[in-house]
Structures are given as structure tokens and as C-alpha cells.
Design a protein. Structure first.
Length: 141
């Protein structure tokens, strides 16, 4: 697993914000590179439980990302990272479903690269199924 990053994020709001910024910077860099706009679709500004720690919706490609950061005390694997695709409705009147990449992780030196790769490949369109996610995680991890 390696060193846990932002280990006390659940106890310290400043560290929580740093963990949120970790993911925001990566998503922002990819979005700028691809010329995509994004915004949060879940109101999490007053919640500090890690679910979600970060979320982003890309209207032009109708994709979303939700990152659940788990308490390091609950770590269960060498690289504690799970991910899956979900279909969600964004907005009250959204009849069209949005596909959401959900990443559930204890953020560590071992899980940060696979997590970033999942996001990058999701936005680029390389990942289109849960099998693609499993393949990426097993090939990197």
C-alpha cells in the first residue's frame, strides 16, 4: 500500500481540503488538456465524511466522477482501490442517465497512480465497462 496520504483527513478539515484538492488538480489538468468544462454535481461543502470527497460532472460528454476516500483504519489490501461504473440522474429533471465512475479508496502512494489513471482513461473514453476498470487495476497493481 505504501504511505497513506492525508491520513488524518477525517479529523482535520484543513487536511480534508488538501485531499479534495489532490483530486481536483488532477481532474482540472485533464479537463483543461481536453477542453472540457466540469462542475460539482453533489453538494459536499458542508460534509466531511469522505463520501464523496470529490465529484465532477462533465456536461459535454455526460460523464461524472465520484471519489470516496475511506478511513485509513479500514484499509484492507495492498492497494486499497475499488472502482465501478454506475448510472445516475443528475439534476431534478434529468431523464437521461449519466454514467458515473466511482472510485473507493484509501489514498496511498500505491493507490494514487491507479486512481489517476482510472480518471484519465474514463475522461478519454478508454474505460467503458467495469471489466476495463478491473483490467486497469490488475495491470497497474
Amino acid at each position: 500500500m505504501g504511505q497513506i496520504l492525508f491520513a488524518n483527513f477525517l479529523e482535520d478539515k484543513r487536511v480534508y481540503q488538501l485531499a479534495r484538492l489532490f483530486w481536483l488538480r488532477h481532474v482540472k489538468n485533464i479537463a483543461e488538456e481536453k477542453g472540457l468544462a466540469f462542475h460539482a454535481y453533489l453538494n459536499t461543502e458542508s460534509e466531511f465524511d469522505g463520501n464523496p470527497l470529490f465529484n465532477a460532472y462533465f456536461p459535454s460528454i455526460n460523464k461524472a466522477i465520484r471519489i470516496i476516500q475511506v478511513d485509513p483504519a479500514e484499509a484492507s489490501a495492498d492497494i486499497d482501490l475499488k472502482a465501478w461504473l454506475d448510472n445516475i440522474a443528475i439534476g431534478k429533471n434529468d431523464k437521461n442517465k449519466t454514467t458515473e465512475l466511482v472510485i473507493d479508496t484509501v489514498l496511498s502512494e500505491g493507490s494514487k497512480f491507479p486512481g489517476k489513471q482510472l480518471i484519465t482513461q474514463w475522461i478519454e473514453g478508454t474505460i467503458t465497462s467495469d471489466q476495463d476498470i478491473e483490467n486497469l487495476i490488475s495491470n497497474i497493481g
